[in-house]
Design a protein around this ligand. Structure first.
Ligand SMILES: Nc1ncnc2c1ncn2[C@@H]1O[C@H](COP(=O)(O)OP(=O)(O)O)[C@@H](O)[C@H]1O
Ligand SMILES: [Mg+2]
Length: 266
């Protein structure tokens, strides 16, 4: 059996809460191949962010195993970069210094000069040339998210985890960032894990969309989307994409308990 770069096997997890255990993930088995890009969609509160924390080594499963490159994950690893809906940039640092932050925490073979050159190159790649010395509050939401992507990629992580990274942006800015993600992946290859509520985003960015059931989350359905090499938003308006989006919509309704499993599209 060929192993994915990210491999979850029979992973279950329950949070201990004041009112007893809250089962969140139930026997999840997931594999993301090296260089792949998998999107996870599912009802609010079903356990998607928990899943990213497991992959990042920030949380441990109660049962089952999380492996990266065949090695069990036992704690946070620098091979993972993360970006969230709220970019959490530090206001007292310039954009350049924010992007460089992870290199102050993780080990790097790069000299200070090389680090800075890399940060500047990434910022140029995302269209932020000339903004290196600005403070986060001087940038728009879309620009802050671009900077946060640079920060997530600065240490050349093998895995990039995006937890609803574009959710707070307006529709056009979001589409710009989707296109940017394809460009970034071509320039800075990574294995992608995307959490999103936006089915179009999932279909545009990921090559596989995993629908998670309501809490506790199980893998309800895996849908290949063939996004590899895709660049144009126009693709989302083809009959093929519309059919895929409808199928995913119905799966979400089933996951939310709003539609019976019998109503599933083939
Ligand atoms: N540290 C925690 N302790 C207790 N409950 C938690 C904790 N983190 C998340 N939860 C609960 O677990 C469920 C799944 O959370 P989360 O993974 O953030 O879901 P999602 O990202 O899919 O919205 C939610 O009901 C949430 O309230
Ligand atoms: Mg979440």
């Amino acid at each position: 059996m060929s192993e994915g770069l990210i491999e979850l096997r029979g992973v279950s997890l329950a949070y201990r809460t004041a009112s007893g255990p809250l089962p969140v993930l139930d026997d999840l088995s997931i594999s993301v191949p090296e260089g792949g890009f998998t999107a996870f969609v599912g009802p609010s509160g079903c356990g998607k962010s928990t899943l990213t924390r497991l992959i990042a080594g920030l949380t441990k499963p109660d049962r089952g195993e999380v492996r990266l490159h065949g090695e069990p994950v036992r704690g946070p690893r620098p091979v993972v970069g993360m970006a969230f809906q709220n970019p959490v940039l530090l206001e007292w640092r310039t954009i350049l210094r924010n992007v460089l932050l992870p290199l102050e925490i993780t080990r790097t073979a790069l000299s200070k000069r090389e680090q800075e050159a890399r940060a500047r190159r990434l910022l140029a790649l995302v269209g932020l040339e000339g903004f290196e010395e600005k403070r986060p509050s001087e940038l728009s939401g879309g620009m802050r998210q671009r900077a946060s992507l640079c920060r997530a990629l600065i240490h050349q992580p093998e895995i990039l985890i995006l937890d609803e990274p574009f959710g707070a942006l307006d529709a056009f800015t979001r589409e710009d960032l989707w296109k940017l993600m394809h460009e970034l992946k071509a320039e800075e290859p990574f294995t992608g894990v995307l959490i999103t509520h936006d089915l179009r985003e999932a279909v545009f960015l990921a090559d596989e969309v995993v629908v998670l059931s309501g809490r506790p989350a199980k893998v309800q359905r895996r849908v290949p989307s063939g996004a590899a090499g895709r660049r144009d938003i126009e693709h989302l308006y083809t009959a093929e994409s519309v059919a895929l989006l409808n199928l995913l919509r119905r799966e979400i309704e089933i996951a939310q308990g709003r539609a019976p499993a019998g109503s599933r599209a083939a």
